[in-house]
Write a new protein. Structure first.
Length: 131
């Protein structure tokens, strides 16, 4: 169960508030905006160059689209979980190629912090019956 929470927390962190609006057909535009917002946040957090920011933004859009396709697929939940884990690994590898080693270490640290925060919120909501 912790592993599933971790996966979905990482997905949420990666897309940083991405919300799909299928009825209005704005999925790609929403993804691009979420990627720009995320890249902007990471630029500040990691002191990235303009080139790094552009590369990260492109990767964030690419992986968000891939994640969305997996989540919308009709495959079994276990298969989705496995594919999302593999995709998360590939995304982190891509980020490692974009960032310097100190930036990448900080990136991972901040992702872990966000996962812990979201897990704590999920546990607190479960206990209080807000699920």
């Amino acid at each position: 169960m912790k592993r599933i929470i971790l996966i979905f927390s990482l997905l949420m962190m990666s897309s940083l508030g991405y919300s799909q609006n299928v009825l209005q057909g704005n999925v790609d535009r929403d993804l691009e905006q979420a990627a720009r917002d995320a890249a902007e946040r990471w630029t500040t957090e990691l002191a990235m160059s303009a080139k790094q920011t552009a590369l990260m933004e492109d990767k964030l859009v690419e992986y968000a689209l891939k994640k969305q396709r997996i989540l919308n697929s009709k495959m079994r939940e276990e298969a989705k979980t496995q594919r999302l884990l593999e995709l998360e690994y590939a995304e982190n590898k891509s980020m490692q190629d974009i960032l310097t080693q100190p930036q990448y270490e900080r990136y991972l640290f901040l992702l872990r912090q966000e996962v812990k925060r979201q897990s704590a919120n999920t546990a607190r909501d479960s206990i209080s019956g807000k699920e």
